[in-house]
Design a protein around this ligand. Sequence first.
Ligand code: 0X9
Ligand code: ZN
Length: 294
Amino acid sequence: VAAYDRFMEFEEINAHVLETVAANPDIASLVDLGLSTEGRELLGIKLSNGAAGQKSVWFDCAIHAREWIAPPVCLRIIDEVLADPALRDLADWYILPVANPDGYSFSWTDDRFWRKTRRPNPGSNCIGTDPNRNFDFLWEANDVFCSETYPGSSAFSEPECAAIGNFITANADSLILYVAVHSYGELILYPYGHTVEPAPNAADLAAAGTVSADAIAAVAGTRYSVENSAAGLYFTNGASDDFAYGSGAVLYSYTYELSGGGLIGFNPPPSLIQPVVDEVWPGLKALVEYTLAN
Ligand code: 0X9
Ligand code: ZN
């Protein structure tokens, strides 16, 4: 399992994904979801024992550009699943380390706190859409282009979101669990974002989340709190977790808000990467074990 003492640029992460696939041909395969607006490759990875008819789980990281602490979590998942055949017997694992590569790259080159995609908005000087308001589940229009949560010109106007959404829909038969990794807040959020009314299996969503939170707390005492998104955070429409759940693709859907740090929470020092990854991995593993058993 690799150590993380620095953040990685997009190109380095994608190179790592390609090397991992090349070095582990029996286990790993490339999930090429297509291109971002600016032509960057959305490269995911599938880890599998090769058996037909397996259930599957999905993880994406850094759909919000500035949340740099997220991709190391996705890379850690890849390392752990590569190293442990029992994890591959549980399910096929799909992992997308950088879900918003244009925004992520821009956050390295121009604006450390960039959140959105980089697709221009015709008629406005403000660029980008909040990809986590652009999914096709109760998508809600507005024309506040300059807002950090501008939802885009239509559901799935962003090619990155359409690619993820299409993959989820196409794999709905096998998918059990969807996880989006964000920062920051030490939260495990479950659907829905648009209402505080409990989702159909809200009790089970909370139970699985609590098992995960307990496993995180067992590492170093950090208590992630498990909440309905709307009740615990704020109201949203068009978020990826609600799409995965509300479209019927998965029974279990979560957004993990990792720890923050530094003067501004989205910019933790590199020294925080390792402890954050070390404590969240057991929580994600416990989540997969729970959801596959129930
Ligand atoms: O607002 C978001 O998209 C997420 N928080 S963040 O600070 N990373 O931007 C939370 C999304 C939680 N899920 C839903 N509200 N559906
Ligand atoms: Zn986020």
